[in-house]
Design a binder for this molecule. Sequence first.
Ligand code: UD1
Ligand code: UDP
Length: 383
Amino acid sequence: MTKSETFTVPGAVRILYVVGARPNFVKMAPVIAELRRRRPDDHHVLVHTGQHYDPLMSEIFLDELGVPAPDYLLGVGSASHAVQTARTMDRIEPVLQSERPDLVIVPGDVNSTLAVALVAVKLGIALAHLEAGLRSFDRTMPEEINRIVADQFSELLFVHSPEAIDNLCAEGLATERIHFVGNTMIDSLVAMEARFRELHVSRTLGLKAGEYLLVTLHRPALVDGPLLREALHQLNAVSTQLPVVFPVHPRTRARIDDRELSPHVHLIEPAGYLAFLSLQADAAAILTDSGGVQEESTYLGLPCFTLRDNTERPVTVTSGTNTLLGMEPARIADVLPALAHRNGTPPPGPPSAWDGHASERVADVVCGDRDAAVLEAATAGYA
Ligand code: UD1
Ligand code: UDP
């Protein structure tokens, strides 16, 4: 076998990429660039569903990551899960019908991912899922439902960690579909590293490298109810010893009363990608509920404290720098003692294949260039 058994690109093809929300741009940008470079004569179509639309949640990422202007803007916007998903399905169907792509590539676990996966499979179009196989085993998370559906219907399942292979096999997905390629989100970070390392964005807030806690919080279970207030109370307390920088997601922004915050808690707009990577790189530590930030901080070797009961990214805990605090804002008080305790401990290296070359391996699979032995070795033992 020299090519993927389940999907092979024959001659010139049409590949359609779908992005919709902030983390999607980061995961997809290097894949688009690599496939365009590898197959310049193919037809490449980019669709932006518009799930995220504020310039700081969307446009700045396309610009900084060098993503070409989308061919289709679906303008879906914000709404309930049902309406947002239905609107995306309604608007992507005619695009898929007129473009008739040979392959649709969807990233991650947002509502756009779910909606496009359902439409593509019903039109009989092959689907590839980037970042397949992640499971929190918590079906109250909307993302968990989105991931399960996208994986079930994907011909190509691109995974970035061994446990994702286990999860897919446990759900009965054929190993031939599973390709361990590594982490394309880390490809974007690696490509930007020289640029963000020299930015030192924290200086614009009067802060020094290594002397602040970077915070992001946006999960509904944390920010849509009373836990957010408790988290802010704890951040006020931490900030007397370690200033806090908190770029605020729009979902969270709507729920914060600035008057309750200490002057050492710096609430700022959602940061652009380069600015946020700079803020991460210079932070003493990170407190987050973001999936992508758990991964980036592991790559950067920075202590990360995650305000969740579980993570679909256990590799960031077992071979990374991530500590799960639980859905317990009171445990934010543990961050300073934990930092004092680990002071001087060298961080572990990044997980296997989080190396800046994942998109090349995605392209190898899509183009059928990859030596089957490499694929089989990657999935061996997981059948
Ligand atoms: C979505 C994803 C989540 C992902 C996150 C990344 C789903 C179910 N959730 O959550 O998995 O981690 O994106 O950031 O797909 N808003 C704006 N401007 C924008 C976008 C959103 O003001 O550009 C506000 C709106 O009030 C909206 C709210 O944020 O109602 C939530 O946006 P939505 O895309 O529905 O969910 P996220 O919380 O962003
Ligand atoms: N990010 C950013 N600015 C911010 C917060 C996050 O550029 O203010 C980037 C971060 O570096 C990562 C991605 O956005 O690449 C993660 O997105 P988010 O946390 O919104 O979603 P999740 O990963 O939880 O789905």
